[in-house]
Design a protein around this ligand. Structure first.
Ligand SMILES: *Cc1c(COP(=O)(O)O)cnc(C)c1O
Length: 349
């Protein structure tokens, strides 16, 4: 019926990006080196932060953050249930105890839920700007516990004049192929504290930690792509904004209220609330050649066997949230097809 195939995510790779990678290949220096350093410096300048350490992935950056804070057995880490599994795995991998919290209706942690989860053993809070929706990091820092700001879905998000990732004690980014800016696989840890940075740098380069030995380099080949993508980033953000405006318009045409959730942040994902069963909707969408996903694949509290009763907001969000293809490499034709598909989202919010 249709020749369209619109994946849920797709990177935006230009000729300039390809050339940058080819030039690096031609120079033969392709392991971690000068390009990775230059990428760190470019990110530091872009988000305005003192220290940056390029690593192999966003997940590695979280592990590194926990290790740099010297977390270990019996220490507790507070984290939201509404995020990808690798955040939970990072906590478990350093031997700490995950304390999983419900989120608010925007999908982020707030001071109230976190206050109920804090104990004397709490050694870190992982706060996530899920889908690029701002989590109030400043209020979470009031507990006097280090806050790891997971900005994997919020690179370049402006939070009152400061870049997402720079408000916590440590910030982490992911440059996975599905994220806003990509190096294929990749990530970065940022912070202001020089001692923390020195410790994190040593650990990332393979110095012995308490338990495991970490070695998580980002290669110059990857960094070359990242550097090139970063020079194009203003264009990425403009196109995301343009597409978001078009989706919001279409939502209005079909009588859906998507604004509330998607206008404030929504830079990474465009989501809608629906009452239809997800599987049904996914099939309908797929007959139009459009891939949709749930916002997150699973709730972390379910993985560790906790009851939905204690996570009412996240459970509701998880049941209703549908994420539509939303990224700058969408063509105008694809954006048009997605706009028309809003017709399917009958009961949406
Ligand atoms: C993608 C992501 C991660 C993990 O990053 P990887 O680069 O895939 O390891 C962690 N947290 C959030 C919120 C993410 O979106």
């Amino acid at each position: 019926m249709t020749n369209l195939h619109i994946p849920h995510s797709r990177p935006w790779i230009s000729d300039q990006d390809r050339q940058a990678v080819l030039d690096t290949l031609a120079g033969n220096m392709i392991a971690q080196g000068e390009k990775a350093k230059a990428f760190e410096n470019a990110v530091k300048e872009y988000v305005r932060v003192e220290h940056a350490i390029a690593v192999a992935s966003g997940s590695s950056a979280i592990v590194l953050a926990l290790a740099a804070l010297s977390l270990g057995a019996r220490d507790e880490v507070v984290l939201p249930t509404y995020v990808c599994r690798s955040v939970l795995d990072a906590v478990i991998s350093v031997g700490a105890k995950p304390v999983i919290c419900d989120v608010d209706l925007m999908g982020v942690l707030n001071q109230k839920v976190v206050s109920n989860a804090i104990t004397r053993r709490t050694k870190a809070i992982i706060a996530v700007h899920i889908f690029g929706r701002p989590c109030d990091i400043v209020s979470l820092r009031s507990f006097g516990v280090p806050v790891i700001e997971d900005a994997c879905q919020a690179f370049g998000l402006d939070l009152g004049g400061r870049g997402a990732g720079t408000l916590g004690d440590i910030g982490v980014y992911s440059f996975h192929a599905t994220k806003c800016l990509t190096t294929g696989e990749g990530g970065m840890l940022v912070c202001r504290d020089p001692e923390l940075a020195t410790r994190a740098r040593a650990l990332a380069m393979g110095a012995a930690g308490q338990g495991q030995r970490l070695f998580m380099p980002l290669s110059d080949l990857q960094a070359a792509l990242g550097l090139s993508q970063l020079t194009r980033y203003p264009e990425f953000l403009n196109r995301r904004n343009l597409i978001r405006t078009q989706y919001l318009c279409a939502a209005q045409e079909f009588g859906l209220q998507a604004e509330e959730i998607n206008a404030s942040g929504g830079m990474f994902r465009f989501t809608v609330f629906v009452d239809q069963p997800f599987g049904e909707l996914q099939n309908q969408y797929s007959s139009f050649g459009i891939s949709i996903r749930k916002g997150v694949d699973e709730l972390l509290h379910r993985i560790v066997g906790l009851s939905d009763d204690d996570f009412p907001c996240a459970t509701e969000l998880f049941r209703k949230t549908v994420s539509l293809p939303f990224y700058p490499s969408l063509t105008d034709q694809e954006v048009g097809a997605i706009r028309r598909s809003f017709d399917l989202l009958k009961n949406g919010l």
